[in-house]
Design a protein around this ligand. Structure first.
Ligand code: AMP
Length: 369
């Protein structure tokens, strides 16, 4: 993900895919034009990269020139096309190939046709790398199209957002949802995740989703999900992945306008982590960081037995079950440390100390993201 000015953009078309599309256009156009020596005309600014790559690949002699038109303001195509640099040579009798980076509403193309109306060229051929069929409302023929794309604002490979992004070799698409901060709060049972999540959600205005809490809520209300989950939870086993993932996805979707989430108790294994990536990607977002509270086993067992005296949680009152939950955590869940470390998103935080001390440590990490 990248940020240009105030907006976020996500990867959309890779450099390799663009290269392939350009090569295909070169192959078809050079074959169709045969021995005709064309004049390629790029429409500045956006097309400079496309034209450069195109003519480098073009296998036969050709001429290259540019005209400069401007139609964009911010992320909206405007009606007012300005001709900043017009034609500077006589093109009478020549085969002209317009090389456009993108054809959107077609207004720029209309101006191109106006420019060429009295030029007496042999043929005016339109070739565009990107084409938005949903936005195009003109009748001019597009002779060659590299890629059809949806009607979303894109940047990169010559295309800009208010001056930025032209230099990027890949193409990015505007994110339609706002930027979210999504934290995976991590740590063995009894590490203090729930307590700290309550502080974090207030401070950063995030929605806290504890899968354990959602299961317990369902058990209390005797839902079908609760009955199913109870059979696993009472033994300290994990509830099956698909059940948990579906439930989590529903919770995320219920909070569509959230600034972000604190995931507490989820993901617990790699399957769930991959599912979370998918769920957030569908919202144009991603996990910002995994913040892990690190506490040694004996402290955990003592803390949980203490909590079990008042919480009424069956899985907190039996030392063997507690030890099993901790074991499950290290066997299955700790793998996630590698998963998020590989993405440079893992942040370990010392979970021993007063609640306030630990909160300060967590805030420091989150503020640095
Ligand atoms: P917790 O409150 O996070 O300690 O979770 C209590 C119990 O709920 C766990 O021991 C599991 O049985 C179940 N559970 C909570 N989150 C998950 C999850 N992500 N995947 C599977 N089971 C879970």
């Amino acid at each position: 993900m990248i940020k240009l000015h105030d907006l976020y953009f996500k990867p959309f078309i890779s450099e390799q895919e663009i290269d392939q599309a350009v090569q295909q256009m070169v192959d078809v156009i050079s074959k169709d034009l045969g021995d005709e020596m064309p004049v390629f005309i790029g429409i500045l600014n956006g097309s400079f990269m496309f034209v450069s790559d195109f003519v480098k690949k073009y296998p036969k002699p050709c001429e290259v020139t540019f005209i400069k038109l401007a139609s964009y303001e911010g992320v909206k195509s405007t009606d007012d096309i300005q001709r900043l640099i017009g034609l500077t040579q006589d093109l009478t009798g020549r085969t002209v190939v317009i090389l456009e980076d993108i054809i959107d509403s077609g207004k720029t193309l209309e101006e191109v046709h106006r420019i060429f109306k009295n030029e007496n060229v042999k043929e005016l051929i339109i070739a565009t790398l990107f084409y938005k069929p949903e936005a195009y409302d003109k009748d001019f023929k597009l002779h060659y199209v590299g890629m059809e794309i949806p009607d979303k604002f894109i940047v990169g490979y010559g295309l800009d957002y208010d001056g930025l992004g032209r230099d990027l070799p890949d193409v990015y698409q505007l994110k339609t949802t706002q930027h979210m901060t999504n934290l995976v709060l991590f740590g063995p049972p009894g590490a203090g995740k729930g307590t700290q999540a309550n502080f974090l959600k207030e401070k950063y205005d995030l929605v806290h989703i504890s899968t354990g809490d959602v299961f317990r809520y369902n058990i209390k209300n005797e839902t079908a999900l609760g009955t199913l989950a109870k059979s696993y939870m009472d033994k300290g086993h994990l509830v099956p992945d698909q059940v948990t993932i579906d439930m989590l996805e529903a919770e995320v979707n219920r909070n569509a306008g959230a600034n972000g989430f604190i995931f507490d108790g989820f993901p617990r294994n790699e399957v769930q982590a991959e599912a979370l990536d998918r769920i957030l990607e569908a919202k144009d977002s991603e996990v910002s960081a995994m913040v892990a509270l690190e506490v040694e086993d004996e402290t955990l067992v003592n803390r949980l037995l203490e909590r079990g005296k008042t919480s009424g949680r069956k899985d907190d009152s039996d030392e063997a079950i507690i030890r099993n939950r901790i074991k499950v955590y290290y066997n299955e869940t700790a793998i996630l440390k590698d998963y998020y470390s590989a993405q440079k998103k893992y942040h370990g935080v010392d979970g021993i100390g007063s609640i306030e001390e630990i909160t300060v440590r967590l805030n420091k990490v989150i503020d640095s993201l």
